[in-house]
Ligand binder design. Structure first.
Ligand code: PMP
Length: 413
């Protein structure tokens, strides 16, 4: 008799569901497919030789620090460095306000575990980062989307939604946001919006989780001050990451927030992994402290800016003119909106896949799963410049065919 695993799972696992886009990832990984789906950093931008040399030096000269377990909060030197980095951007914290995490994803997971009860409403952007909503949902949190425009979440709508939830007896405690070059839309929340959202957070007693893995990858102008920098009441928790500014392979991120909260998170982290990789932390610290990471980010900005230009130029050249797309000033993502009279982006994706081009269709990014049917996320970070041009040109051809078919249908043929 085979085991019915379903009967063995703890009740809490019923909230753990794979996202609907996962089925597509297998397809997008076929070598012949040009994929705009991934959202991973460009492989060719990994500084392998420098990392290899730094690791060899670390293991030889700092083996005790780099190879031994470390504290749950993480290496003091790295936390101290990160507090200094955040203070130079307007925060006012010290090493005790920082805990190292296994990427910012673990930060979202730990915060969900510490802050969210099953059944509670959690405010998110609409559309929102799928991995963020996944963590929230895995603890029974119920994401409630706040509509956005090109300046970020819309405060007036946010207030209506908060009051609506309060009326339903489900007062939201947390707002999860990616204010810089958001995943999936590329939108950056303006300074005025940040102030207005923070005001709402103060008025309604809501904590802001500010997830910022892309802020340093700014290709045009600068980003507004972080929520953490403008916060006066310790109501903001900031998540940072080395994944996009160095490499995701070390799985090193950080959380900064009020000391009391960091202590609670540390207790939750203890039973999860005891500590984050010492080797990764030492590597991140050495390379940051000697200024290498900052110099690397400068290079990345030039390289990703180039990929962004190529994608936006190709979209302008090849896409039918009734298709809208965001023009992100940084990060990895362009959000495409097909007009409502087009087929759903999921159906267009099926067609695109037959021509070996992939993107992520929109529904998965929506808290209610019904919005986003005509949205799509395109990432320019991983494909090469040449693949971007070819992939967007191919898709442009497909979209013109789709559009021509619509016209044929409209005239009854
Ligand atoms: N937040 C956002 C908005 C992301 O896009 C990602 C990665 N795709 C993460 C968090 C997680 O990144 P990591 O755990 O590698 O830091």
């Amino acid at each position: 008799m085979t085991i019915e695993w379903q009967n063995f799972y703890a009740d809490r696992t019923r909230h753990m569901k794979g996202s609907q886009i996962r089925q597509y990832f297998a397809l997008t990984e076929r070598p012949e497919v040009i994929s705009f789906a991934g959202g991973f950093p460009g492989n060719e931008f990994f500084p392998s030789d420098d990392i290899s040399a730094a690791l060899a030096k670390l293991v030889k000269e700092e083996s005790k620090l780099a190879l031994q377990y470390t504290s749950t909060e993480g290496h003091f030197e790295l936390r101290n460095y990160l507090a200094g980095k955040m203070n130079s951007n307007g925060a006012s914290i010290n090493a005790d306000h920082v805990i190292i995490t296994d990427g910012s994803q673990q930060g979202i997971d730990l915060l969900s575990r510490v802050l969210i009860n099953s059944g509670e409403a959690v405010l998110v952007e609409e559309p929102a980062y799928i991995g963020g909503m996944g963590a929230i949902k895995s603890y029974g949190g119920v994401p409630v989307g706040i509509p956005m425009d090109s300046n970020g979440p819309i405060p007036a709508k946010m207030e209506v939604i908060i009051n609506d939830q309060i009326r339903k007896g489900n007062r939201p405690k947390v707002f999860y946001t990616v204010p810089n070059f958001q995943n999936p839309t590329g939108i950056t929340t303006s300074a005025e919006r940040r102030r207005a959202v923070l005001d709402l957070a103060y008025r309604y007693n809501i904590i802001i989780i500010e997830d910022d893995p892309y802020g340093e990858l700014c290709y045009e102008g600068s980003v507004p001050e972080s929520y953490m920098s403008i916060d006066k009441k310790e109501q903001v928790i900031y998540l940072g990451s080395y994944s996009k500014i160095l490499i995701p392979g070390i799985r090193i991120g950080w959380m900064a927030g009020p000391r009391q909260l960091i202590e609670k998170v540390s207790l939750a982290k203890q039973t999860t992994n005891l500590c984050s990789s010492s080797l990764g932390q030492q590597l991140a610290f050495r390379l940051s402290d000697e200024g290498y990471v900052d110099r690397h980010v400068e290079k990345l900005i030039g390289l990703y800016r180039n990929k962004r230009e190529i994608m936006l130029k190709a979209m302008k050249q090849y896409f039918p003119t009734d298709i809208e797309y965001s023009k992100p000033r940084g990060g990895f993502f362009v959000w495409v909106k097909f007009p409502a009279y087009y087929p759903p982006s999921k159906d267009i994706l099926e067609y695109a896949l037959q021509h070996n081009v992939a993107y992520v269709h929109g529904e998965g990014f929506y808290s209610n799963s019904i919005g986003g049917s005509h949205g799509a996320r395109f990432s320019f970070s991983q494909p090469t410049a040449e693949q971007i041009s070819i992939g967007i040109a191919t898709l442009g051809k497909i979209l013109h065919e789709v559009k021509a078919n619509l016209t044929l249908k409209a005239v009854g043929q």
